[in-house]
Design a protein around this ligand. Structure first.
Ligand SMILES: NC(=O)c1ccc[n+]([C@@H]2O[C@H](COP(=O)([O-])OP(=O)(O)OC[C@H]3O[C@@H](n4cnc5c(N)ncnc54)[C@H](O)[C@@H]3O)[C@@H](O)[C@H]2O)c1
Length: 434
């Protein structure tokens, strides 16, 4: 990274996760010049904090379209709602901005087709901000895999389970229609699959999805979240290997990657965070049968060590900056971004249809992706919408308790959430009279 170069002028959308893009900017060759959030009160808080800390000038926008007219912005980092990134990415690319998009890249397969076409037409840099491939252990797994020591991937496992108690969720998920309250359990899948794609340079080609058909009463408790507690995805990868991912709110925090390969196995140790590596006698060469170690960073140790998500927050911005500076699409390009996001959508479709197999669109192939250009299937309801025709959970008859709604409502009111109304379907679901 040539820090002598002019910094890339960055506009950030979203004041939650978006604040990380602001704080990582300086270390990765960016200059944050503008922030946009359609909640003006959230912007006010940022303004006050910046003034108190004596930070430099910043432009504040409540309207994304206005922000896009700003000629002093080179690149946009999107940290708005999980399922609303693609339309904003498309607008930003068409306005001549490079785009870094939080996960997921897309909410429907049709959006994926349009997004890929837009990147090709505009020639602007697009990257998904998938930070989980860039922890120390996973970068070492990539080095080992590329050295040939492990051979070829046969089977892999990736997990991203992040249980939260209801009071935490109420605080970060204001409103029944907030994405965190209705996201199906297979959708938050990129943290689990992306590391395996990155280490082995493969993409998922076929998908099956499963959700336990058991009512998880202890997950429900005082919840108002509509989804199942966890989802399982099984993918065939482009090299023929099989990968299983687990995501959702199953009991323990789980954030691991495991590879079973033709010449050896390796995994992130669940407890110590060390890397474990195994070989059998026949394929180990001069290596021991088992070793466990804590690897070092390949570079930029100081900057990575102080960044969030095990250093991943540094590397995502670093690679986005490098892509812009070299005018070359990054490894986490639009095709891989769409593929890793699409498996969450297709696995959900599969789970709702008895676990049948779906092909993952070849997003880099116009002939194949054209088949999906009108596929607008989504379970995410818009504010006030009763039903999209697709449920956010499987066969469950579970209904949130009326008292749970009351607790959630109080938390949302305290956070000045304006859209408290829910639809007739929600009221019936919770037995609350409208
Ligand atoms: N990679 C990671 O480690 C990581 C961590 C946390 C969140 N995320 C992702 O980041 C994204 C944001 O997460 P969050 O927790 O901050 O979500 P959030 O819902 O709390 O915040 C989104 C923000 O975007 C604003 N917003 C929504 N639509 C907008 C619009 N059209 N114009 C302007 N502002 C708009 C909202 O007012 C809100 O402040 C999600 O996609 C999430 O999946 C990724």
């Amino acid at each position: 990274m040539d820090m002598e170069q002019q910094p890339i002028r960055l506009g950030v959308v979203g004041t939650g996760r978006g604040s990380v893009f602001m704080s990582q900017a300086k270390d990765t060759g960016f200059k944050p010049v503008a922030i946009c959030d359609n909640r003006g009160d959230k912007l006010d808080i940022i303004k006050q904090r910046r003034e108190a800390a004596g930070k430099g000038p910043m432009k504040f926008y409540t309207d994304f379209d206005e922000m896009l007219k700003d000629d002093e912005i080179d690149a946009i980092a999107l940290a708005n709602y999980f399922h609303e990134h693609a339309p904003m990415a498309i607008k930003a690319l068409k306005a001549g901005k490079h785009v870094l998009s939080e996960c997921a890249a897309i909410n429907t397969l049709a959006e994926g087709v349009e997004l890929c076409r837009t990147v090709e037409e505009t020639g602007k840099i697009y990257m998904i901000a998938e930070n989980y491939p860039f922890t120390k252990v996973r970068l070492e797994m990539k080095r080992l895999y590329e050295s040939g020591e492990l051979g070829e991937l046969l089977y892999g496992e990736g997990e991203y389970c992040h249980p939260m108690d209801p009071s935490t969720t109420h605080n970060i998920a204001p409103g029944l229609y907030h994405w965190r309250n209705q996201i199906p359990s297979t959708y938050y899948c990129t943290h689990a699959i992306a590391p395996i794609m990155h280490i082995t340079n493969t993409v998922p080609t076929k998908v099956n999805g499963f959700v336990p058909k058991i009512e998880d009463q202890s997950f429900r408790g005082s919840e108002i979240r509509l989804q199942d507690s966890g989802g399982i995805i099984v993918c065939q990868m482009s090299n023929g290997a099989v990968v299983r991912t687990l995501q959702g709110a199953f009991r323990n925090e789980s954030n691991i990657t495991t590879l079973h390969c033709t010449h050896g196995n390796c995994e992130m140790d669940r407890v110590s965070g060390f890397l474990n590596v195994w070989h059998t006698k026949s394929n180990r060469g001069d290596k021991p049968g088992f070793r466990a170690y804590s690897p070092s960073w390949p570079a930029n140790e100081e900057l990575a060590n102080k960044a969030g998500h095990g250093g991943g927050d540094f590397w995502v911005m670093y690679y986005f900056g490098e892509a812009i500076r070299n005018n070359e699409q990054p490894w986490l390009n639009v095709y891989r971004a769409c593929a890793m996001s699409a498996i969450g959508i297709l696995a959900w479709k599969s789970a709702c249809n008895g676990g049948i197999t779906y092909d993952v669109p070849k997003f880099d192939d116009e002939e194949d992706r054209k088949k999906y250009e009108n596929d607008h299937w989504t379970p995410f309801r818009k504010e006030g919408q009763d039903d999209t025709g697709m449920p956010p959970r499987t066969l469950s008859n579970w209904k949130p308790l009326p008292e749970s709604f009351e607790i959630a409502k109080k938390a949302w009111e305290e956070r000045k959430y304006m859209g408290l109304g829910w639809t007739k379907a929600d009221a019936e679901l919770s037995n609350i009279k409208m």
